[in-house]
Design a protein around this ligand. Sequence first.
Ligand code: NAP
Length: 285
Amino acid sequence: MAATLIDGKALAAKVRAEVAASVAGLDHVGVATVLVGDDPASHIYINLKQKAAEAAGIEARDHRLPAGTTEEDVLALIADLNADDGVDGLLVQLPLPDHIDEHAVIEAIDPAKDIDGIHPYNAGRLYLGRPTLVPGTPLGVMRMLEEYEIEATGANAVVLGRSAIVGKPMAQLLMAANATVTVCHSRTRDLQEKTLGADILVAAIGKPHMVAPEMVKPGATVIDVGLTRTDEGLFGDVDPRAVERAAYITPVPGGVGPMTIAMVLENTVSAARARKPRDLANPAH
Ligand code: NAP
């Protein structure tokens, strides 16, 4: 029997509606995005984030800087946005041009405004099991598991990829949800042996259709984070024929992608609430 498709688009719409309702109950919620350079994919992502923020009633400021902008100027802009009371969430689109030290920029973001959850403070809180702002992609995956009542407790979860933005926080969240987690990467030996043990398999590699159907345990939940744009279209990491073996699977597109943006908006509301404690008095919003 073919797997149930996890509808990320529909769930993201639900999350965005919840965000809009929360924003309506707050005085003002603002986000600022910073993009350096002219990477076309980055411009697409920022356009999507800007539009989604505005649709939720969040004031969205859009800073696009030329590729030649110095690190000093980027850091000065971040300092201004950190100090700006109208900005609750601050998002720097990665990757940055080579001449800019990405770590220096990330560490310059006020952790309380770090809606991508990539500042060492927020990453450390997640590691310690005391999460604050968590990266949107793994957060969206956890929301999908909850929505489809996929039990993580006691499950064998295998995460393919160990990046700071997806693989590592994904593993932390699954571990916190009581799964037994295995993290695989480019040096992992006998990947198939690992993936065949996975009740929950999360692929975040960036290699089109690398996860073949025979690598999937029958009845597994398969979450495809991978997104590779080619001239032939958009590809996930999982061969779509895995739908014949899995119990649940996310499509590409329409799976994890829309959830990421929705969860970044949710993080913006969390950041705004944390910065405006008076709103905590009204839990309906
Ligand atoms: P990344 O930083 O390039 O990390 C890729 C990871 O995959 C690395 O840990 C790498 O291992 C591992 N890997 C590479 N080849 C492998 C192989 N043959 N077998 C096992 N592991 C392998 O990428 P990322 O930022 O985590 O993103 C991963 C993918 O998710 C990309 O396609 C990206 O576009 C997509 N993505 C999607 C969303 C969304 O909203 N849907 C959000 C973020 C990212 P090493 O550490 O050993 O190099």
